[in-house]
Structure formats: C-alpha cells, structure tokens
Write a protein that binds this ligand. Sequence first.
Ligand SMILES: [Zn+2]
Length: 372
Amino acid sequence: MTLDRSEDPRLALAQARPIGEIADRLGVADLKRVTHSERAGPCPACGGRDRFALNTARGVFNCRGCGARGDGIALVRLVLGCDFPSALAFLEGERVEVDPAEIERRRRAAADRKRAQEEEAARYRAHAIGDARKIWQRSSPADGSPVMQYLAARSIRLPRAPDALRFLPDHPCVKKIGGRLETLHRGPCMIAGILDRSDRLVAVHQTWLDLSRPDLDFKAEIRSPSGERLPAKMVRGAKKGGAIRLGATGSSARALVAGEGIETTLSAMVVDPIGPANFWALVDLGNMSGIMLDRPGVRWSGEPDMSDSDAWVPPPWVDRLFFLRDGDSAPAMTSAKLRAGIERARASVPGLVGRIVDPGEGRDFNDILRGK
Ligand SMILES: [Zn+2]
C-alpha cells in the first residue's frame, strides 16, 4: 500500500486528536498531573519514574531517558513499535473514502475542543492569579518582621526590606494530595511578589520560616501525610515570565543580576560583585531559560526556542545581564538552561551583553556570604 500523506484525510483527523486521549487508548499508565497541561510518569518505552512527559496543550510528548519525542502519531509508533501507516490505521482505521462533510464536522469538533481547553486553562490561570493577589493583600511589609530576622540568620543584612518581600504570621501551607486540599503546616511565612513584565502581580513565592531550625537553614519542617519531607517553599499563581524585583544598588543602574532563589540573589546584592546593578530573583531555572530547542541526539541544546512567547526576557533598559549559577547536582542541564536564557535575552534586547557568574565548587552566593 502506498500512502500519500498529503492526500490522506485521516492524517488531519489523527493530528486533531487530543494526545491525552491517545495515551489513554494506548494504556500509557501512571501519568500524574504536574501542571495544568502537563502529565509525567514512567516512559512506555524505557521505564523510569518520571522521565516521560505529556503536554496536552501542545499535543506533544518527550522522554528524558530514551529521547523519544513527538506528536500523537509518534506516540502510537513508540508504544506499539509500528510504522507510520500502521499508527494511522490504529488511530483512524484503514483508509477509506471519507465524506468531506464528515471531515469538516470532525475538524470543527477538534477546534471546539481546543478552544474549550484554552478557555479552561485561562480560567485556571485567572483563579491562581486571584489567589496570589489575595495572599499578597493579606500580608504586611517585611520591615521589623521575622522576615528580616530570617535574612539576618542567613547572613543577609539589609538596611531596609525590599518592597517585594512581605510577611504573614500564620499562613497555611496547602497542597493538593490525592485530589484533596490538605493543610500540611501553618506558621510565619515570607511572601515575595512576582511581577510580570507589565508590573502586574501574577504570583507569590511563599517560604515558611522557623528561626529555631539552623539545621534547615531556618525554614520550617513540612512533611506530607506519608512523612515525606517537602520543600518549605511554594509558588501560587502564574510565575512564568515573572520576576521578584528585590532592589538595586544604584538608582540608574542598567545592569541586571538575576538568580533563581531570593536568598542567593539577595546575597549577591550584599556581596555586590559588579558595582551598581538591579537584583531580581527569577524563581527557578526553567523560568531563567524558557523552552529550549530540540536538537536530535542532543539532550540539552542550550539554544532558546524563540517561539516560547511567555518566557522571561529582561526589560529593554538592561545593558548587561548576569545570571547567577547555583551549586547543583545536574551541572550539564544547568549550564544549558543558563546559556539558553542568556541567548534569549541577547536576541530580545539589542546590544545586551550577557554573562554567567559561577561562584564555583558547588557553592552559591549565600555560601560565600556565610563563609562556607
Ligand atoms: Zn523513554
């Protein structure tokens, strides 16, 4: 059988199928929801625990283990180990002449489904941002609060608190566990505002504090109902593309120093490695990098996917961008992500000079400040 892909009406139908539905039909099991549009779990081809991810919004999958990636048809080929015509037959049946009206009806149904999915994602996002704003409005300025004691305990001594940091004395840590919301902890919490590029508050970064626990870097011990230790920090809202603007060491500084965490970035502000600059925390490495381009045979390309229009880019007034590198366990991935972020920034702001600052030997700037 020869297959002219461009003329086979089944191709458009197969491509219009939601990838989540295809995965379910193939019996791809144990995928857990990670974000609104992402599910992760073991790879149907090479196993593991969470290396395989399905993005239902973009209709694609990828595996960090075996490198398999692609759309719904590629997923069928991966799971069934079959060729393209067989994958198409699995999804749409053997080739038959399909009534053009039927094709049109199914195309419209796919478009409706996509629109409904986008609307749901927008509602979910608006709800999360609304939550973040409520938390922010309840909180009070950090000056004179345990937030300043916490930072001092981390050797970060500031004359006054950044406006981006606030405090809540008895803030609940709520997590969704098995579909139910559970309060795992309550207590003093540092609240950091995450602003988007239009200066709107779109998320809050929450760090639960415990000044009696130097062994935990003065953060609270939070455990899941099954006893597993959880991070004492959590973001609520839509952080992508946003930043915690911690302050500046010069009123008209055009340099921007950006790190992942609040403590690392504030430590760099105290160490003051480059002279007058602005200091922003970008929350996590994924937000510093944006989506990277896929390159066949390369695990981390280090090149930015410029079609990722929500990715963080520096404001147009920045002339020098310094990315702070944290000591971490995955150096190759970290390097690639930081490189991608710098390249994205250079492509977005003409004339910008970018550099990665590495404190070396698995340390971060807070370690340096504390003399470690
Ligand atoms: Zn795999």
